[in-house]
Design a protein around this ligand. Structure first.
Ligand code: NI
Length: 152
C-alpha cells in the first residue's frame, strides 16, 4: 500500500467525470487500498479516486464508528430522504469549510473490494459523506454547493 498525493482545487482532474470500473481486479484493489491508506493518513472521512488523480468510479468512506470502512466501486445512490445542513470540508480544498445541505438518509449500492455487491444505509454524517464522495466522481466539489460560508 502507498500514500498517494491528494489533488487540490484548481487541478483539472477534480472537475472531470470519472469512468465506470469494468471489473474489480487486483489493479483496482491496489487503488482501493491506497485510497484507504491515504484517507487515514489525512484523517479524512472519505476519499474519491479522482482526488488521487484516478478518474474511476471508486469511493471509500469511514466515519470512525464501529461499522468500519466502506468501499464502493461504481456507487449508485438508490434512495435519499430528509435534509440536513451542516459544515463540510474536503481534503482537496484544505483550510476551507462551509454549510452544505444534504439528504439526512442515503441508501447506496456498489461493488465491494472483492467485486461483491454491497448496499449501505447511512444517516447524518455517513449520508453526507456518501453524497460528498459521489459528487467527486461527477466533478463536483462541496464549494459548489455552499449556502453559507462558515468556519473561516
Ligand atoms: Ni472531498
Amino acid at each position: 500500500m502507498a500514500i498517494r498525493t491528494i489533488r487540490e482545487e484548481g487541478d483539472p482532474v477534480l472537475r472531470k467525470q470519472s469512468r465506470i470500473v469494468d471489473a474489480v481486479d487486483d489493479k483496482i484493489r491496489v487503488i482501493i487500498d491506497d485510497m484507504v491508506e491515504t484517507m487515514y493518513e489525512a484523517d479524512g472521512v472519505g476519499l474519491a479516486a479522482p482526488q488521487i488523480g484516478i478518474l474511476k468510479r471508486i469511493i471509500v468512506v469511514d466515519i470512525y464508528d464501529e461499522t468500519g470502512v466502506k468501499v464502493l466501486v461504481n456507487p449508485e445512490i438508490l434512495e435519499t430522504s430528509g435534509e440536513q445542513t451542516g459544515v463540510e470540508g474536503c481534503l482537496s480544498v484544505p483550510g476551507e469549510s462551509g454549510e452544505v445541505s444534504r439528504p439526512n438518509y442515503v441508501k447506496i449500492k456498489g461493488l465491494g473490494r472483492n467485486g461483491e455487491e454491497v448496499v449501505y444505509e447511512g444517516k447524518g454524517l455517513l449520508a453526507r459523506a456518501f453524497c460528498h464522495e459521489v459528487d467527486h466522481l461527477n466533478g463536483i466539489l462541496f464549494i459548489d454547493k455552499v449556502i453559507d460560508e462558515g468556519g473561516k
